[in-house]
Design a protein around this ligand. Structure first.
Ligand code: NAP
Length: 203
């Protein structure tokens, strides 16, 4: 039977409770069966990540293992080439998700550049997008872009407001570098992993 699958793409450098709360919200709001967390291997137009890809993936595994609706996938980590979402979606569609409906979950700002993504028109025909916004922030430009992409390309893009969990990976890294606590911002297992591997000490 066809399933509804969410895909959380991102660098996850490191994964934190903001990502996990968002995924849980989306799972319920869109009646999804599962959410796949797929860390970027090599990001399109991006600087170097701070933690290497295997470590970022291990932290995603640690953070998601306690939720049976979440699954960490290494499709992009295992690949040497730049991680383009179209390639990832095609791989999923060629495998066990052949008949499933896919929803790519991303921060709302990414929507502004969606029509510069590799083979974006094909991507629009293969998956829907869920754009996460924070309450209280004016996303008028994002909503206008959603309408534009829908009218011009038939894209399915749904905005969702997530609880005001103002956590970012940048903030986690800054805190670690400055010896400030990251307790309650990341799962304990991820906190222990960062400590054990001496990650983010140099900013
Ligand atoms: P990013 O650098 O990890 O994230 C950019 C911003 O969005 C950060 O503020 C980040 O917060 C937030 N974010 C990251 N993942 C999120 C998620 N799943 N839901 C909500 N917010 C999220 O990543 P990015 O470069 O924007 O890429 C995100 C995804 O889009 C990746 O899977 C990437 O491969 C894909 N993408 C594809 C193309 C393409 O195919 N051409 C181009 C660009 C991006 P934190 O820092 O706190 O995580």
């Amino acid at each position: 039977m066809s399933k509804r699958i969410g895909i959380m793409g991102g660098t996850f450098d490191p994964i934190h409770y903001g990502h996990l709360v968002l995924a849980e919200e989306v799972l319920n709001a869109f009646s999804l069966d599962k959410i796949y967390f797929i860390p970027v291997g090599k990001a399109p137009h991006k600087d170097e990540e701070k933690a290497d890809k295997d470590m970022r993936f291990q932290m995603v595994q640690l953070a998601t293992i306690t939720n049976s609706n979440f699954r960490a996938l290494s499709i992009e980590i295992d690949c040497e080439e730049v991680s383009y979402t179209i390639n990832t979606v095609e791989k999923l569609k060629m495998g066990e998700n052949k008949d499933d409906e896919l929803f790519f979950i991303t921060g709302a700002d990414a929507i502004l550049y969606l029509d510069s993504w590799m083979r974006f028109e094909e991507l629009f025909s293969m998956c829907s997008f869920i754009a996460a916004t924070r309450p209280g922030i004016d996303y008028k430009n994002v909503l206008e872009k959603i309408e534009y992409l829908k009218d011009k390309y038939g894209a399915n893009i749904y905005p969702i407001e997530v609880p005001a969990l103002d956590i970012s990976s940048t903030e986690i890294r800054d805190r670690v570098r400055d010896d400030r606590s990251i307790k309650y911002l990341v799962p304990e297992s991820v906190e222990a992993y960062i400590k054990k591997n001496n990650l983010y000490k140099k900013g």
